[in-house]
Write a protein that binds this ligand. Structure first.
Ligand code: PBG
Length: 325
């Protein structure tokens, strides 16, 4: 059928008609809110390059989780900033570390009212700022994987629901699954940053988490932004290693990969709407060049339309608030 018999605009004739044919939905339940907790911090610290995102002291974590659950957001993703860093990243698997303390505090106070996802990586904890452990001037993949498994187990001991390895080391998912199961944590799920690209969109996060590499870059472990098949291979190998969910990261410049992952696999897909994507919107809004709420909404819907089941976003709180009203 073609024009004039076919008039697609009939579906847009009124708000109610548009509601009826709306294909993509977005609710607070689709969102995961990142939370930064810093060891030894006294009061909330504003992250300059990420307007309205703060690092929290441990004492503020409960209040923050309350705000997040009140908004109907089902999950948080915890990032820790430790007091001390060393070559081996030992503060990352310390049972009394900042993330471990946060997890157990949330677990005690909120039970199953919130899904606690923890970032499992080394870059905040190593003196080099790299996501793996160096031997000489090279990342030692297999030794890094062993440490990542230790971190995951320490988070599990604290009561985490889901561990989210973001180091992009080969074999990290299999090693973590085995280590968790060996320790009896068969119910702890894994949501790795599966296709994590070497991206310039992460720079505000590196201010937030103090994890800028002290030399070189992350190109020997993160996926080049030019390679889609390689990204899909990362997703596929993670699935084969035993994930529960996969993640594509960043989100907005990588919608094709979200869609491709949706077409090929059945696992739940998370998309990480990263710090640089947030900063672009905030920066333009502060200049008065765009309407922040409208652009935020459009971006989040686009990520869902591409096929994501859930979105990790620094917009989680304002988006949930807007969606509620
Ligand atoms: C590091 C990590 C990064 C992000 C999440 N975990 C930064 C990096 O790889 O350099 C980026 C998140 C964001 O930009 O919002 N493991």
């Amino acid at each position: 059928m073609t024009f004039p018999a076919r008039r697609i605009r009939r579906l847009r004739i009124s708000p109610r008609m548009r509601d009826l044919v709306q294909e993509t939905t977005l609710t607070a339940r689709d969102l995961i809110c990142p939370v930064f907790v810093q060891e030894g911090l006294k009061t909330r610290f504003n992250i300059g390059s990420m307007s309205e995102v703060e690092r929290l002291p441990l004492d503020d974590v409960n209040g923050e989780i309350e705000t997040i659950t009140d908004l109907g957001i089902p999950a948080v993703m915890l990032f820790g900033i430790p007091k001390s860093k060393d070559d081996a990243g030992t503060s990352a698997f310390d049972d009394a570390g900042i993330v471990q303390e946060s997890i157990s505090q949330i677990r005690q106070n909120f039970g199953d009212k919130i899904v606690v996802v923890s970032d499992v990586c080394l870059c905040q904890y190593t003196s080099t700022g790299h996501c793996g452990i160096l031997s000489g001037n090279k990342i030692d993949n297999d030794q890094s994987v062993e440490t990542l498994a230790k971190i995951a187990v320490s988070h599990a001991r604290a009561g985490v629901d889901t561990v989210s390895p973001s180091a992009m080391m080969d074999g990290q998912v299999a090693a973590i699954r085995t280590a968790l199961d060996d320790e009896g944590f068969t119910d702890v799920s894994i949501m790795p940053h599966s296709a994590k690209h070497s991206s310039s969109f992460y720079s505000p996060f590196r201010d937030a988490a103090e994890c800028t590499p002290q030399f070189g870059d992350r190109r020997t472990y993160q996926v080049p932004f030019t390679n889609a098949r390689e990204a899909i291979s990362e997703v596929e190998s993670d699935i084969n290693e035993g994930v529960d969910m996969v993640m594509i990261k960043p989100a907005l410049a990588y919608l094709d990969l979200i869609a491709e992952t949706r077409r090929r696999f059945t696992v739940p897909i998370a998309a990480y709407n990263v710090s640089g994507e947030y900063a672009l919107v905030k920066g333009a809004a502060m200049q008065g060049w765009i309407n922040e709420k409208d652009v935020m909404t459009e971006i989040l819907y686009s990520i869902k339309r591409a096929g994501a089941d859930m979105i990790v976003s620094y917009f989680a709180k304002p988006a949930a608030e807007l969606l509620r009203s």
